[in-house]
Write a protein that binds this ligand. Sequence first.
Ligand code: FA5
Ligand code: MG
Length: 490
Amino acid sequence: MNTPSTILSAIPRRLHIQPNHPLTITRQLIESRFPGYKTHNTLFPIVTTGQNFDSLGFPQDHVGRSRTDTYYINKDTVLRTHTSAHQADVFRANESEGYLISADVYRRDAIDRTHYPIFHQMEGARTWSRQAAEKTGKSLAEVIYEDVARIPKHNIQVEDPDTPFHASRNPKQDPHSVEEVAAVATHLKRSLEDVVVTIFDAARQASSSSDPSSPSAAADEEPLKMRWVEAYFPFTSPSWELEVFWQGDWLEVLGSGVVQQAILNSADVPDRLGWAFGLGLERIAMLLYGIPDIRLFWSTDARFLSQFDADAPLKRFVPFSKYPACFKDVSFWLPAPPSPSSSNSAAGGAGTLPPSSSSSSPSAPRAPSAPPSTTAAAAAPGSPAPASPSSPPPPSPSSSPTAPAIASAPLTGQAFHENDVMEIARDVCGDVVEDVRLVDEFVHPKSRRRSLCYRVNYRSLERTLTNDETNALHQRLEQQLVEKLGVEIR
Ligand code: FA5
Ligand code: MG
C-alpha cells in the first residue's frame, strides 16, 4: 500500500458525475458526439493488476507497474491508472458496437498546471463484426467507410504524417489487412477530430457571447490547430496521440489506436476488430472553458462552481483572481547507496539521476513550456518508452546500458524517484502548490554525492498566502523529505 490518505479521501468525489460540474458538462458534450455508444460512468476505481496491466499486455517489468508510478492498495489491486483497465471486461460484455467509459484515474506524476494525481479519463471504443460485414456482401473496409461517411465533416487542416506502421513499435497486426487498418484509422481519427472541433466551436461561441472586455473572451481567438503523432501503447497497434495547439504549445489530449486483436480474442469476441482511445477530460474541459489550472476542478469555492450550468448557454470561465505566487527552493543531498561497495555503480541505487518527466512519466507532456519534440515523445501509462517517429523504441529499462537511471532501479522502495517529491509536496501543501520543478543538479567532484534543487511554486487559487504560512509549509516539506526519503537538506 503506497496510497496516501489524501488520495483515498478524494475517491468519493467523482467529479465527472456531479451535476453542473465542468467535467460533467464536458463529458456530456463529448458523449453527444457518439450517438448509440453505451456509456459507463460509475465503474469502481479499485481494480486488479490483471485488469489494469495484464489484460492489456503490459510486460511484467513495465515501469507503469512500479510503485513510483502507481498507487497500490495491496500487491494485487491498484487504483486504476487509466480507463483502459475496463477494456477487456466491457469488450467481453459485448453489449454494443461502441462504448464510452468515464472515470477518475490515479497516478503518481509531476505537479504542474496540466497534471494532477487524480484526473478523469474517457475511454471510447468502436468495433465491427467481420461476420456481419460478410453478410452484407461488402468488404469490412467498405462497411467501415460507410460509417466514416456518417461522421460530421469539418474543414480544419489537421497535421497527419500518416505513417501508421513501424516495424517494432507499431506493426500491422497479422489478422488485419492494410485496407482494414486504414479504414479503422480513418474512422478513429475523424471521430476524434469531430470531438475537438465541437469543443472549439462551443468555446468560440461562448467567447463571442460573453463580455468582450473579459480576458478569457479574447485569449482563445487563435485558430484551431491539431496534429496526429505516432505513439506507443501495449494494447494498440498502430497507435497515435492527438495534440492541440493551446496557449503557445502543443497539448496532448488523447492516446488511441487499433485494438490489439489478442484482447478481443481473450474477451471472447474474436470476430470483432476496431479502435479505442483514452482522453483526458480535464484537458478538454480546459480548452472548452479556458480553465487555466487543473487544480481548479477540485475547488469547492462558489466563485468557481457557480460559473457552470448545464442548462444555460456555455460561458467561458472568468478567473476570479490571480493571487501572488511565492517561489521557494529546496536543495538536498540524495542518500548514499545502501552499501559502500556498490558506490562505484550508480545503477539502480539511491542517488542516481531522477528521470526527466518526459521519459518516465506515464502521462502526457509537461505543460506547454516543453518543446514540441518532447511533448510528442511523452510515454503512455503503459508505454515502456517514449515513442518518437524517427527512433526505434529504447531498450527495456533493465537492459539499457546508457540509462542506469531510476526507471531501471529494482523496486526496493529505497531508490529515489522524482514522483516521491511530488507526492510529499501534495501531501504537505495540498492544492496550494502550483508547480514543482527540478532547477538544478550537482555532483560533488570528490564524494560523488548528488544534490538536487527543486523549485516549489506556492500559490493558492482562492486567497493570498501569508509569508508565515508558506514558510511553515516549506519547512514541513523539508522535514518530510528528510523523514520519508532520507535526504539531507543543504
Ligand atoms: C492512456 O492512459 C491510455 N490508456 C490511452 C489509450 C486508450 C490509448 C485506449 C489507446 C487506446 P495516456 O497516459 O497518454 O494514455 O493518457 C491519456 C490522456 O490522459 C493524456 O493524453 C492526457 O490528456 C491525460 N493525462 C495523462 N496524465 C495526466 C495527468 N497527470 N493529469 C491530467 N491529465 C492527464
Ligand atoms: Mg500520453
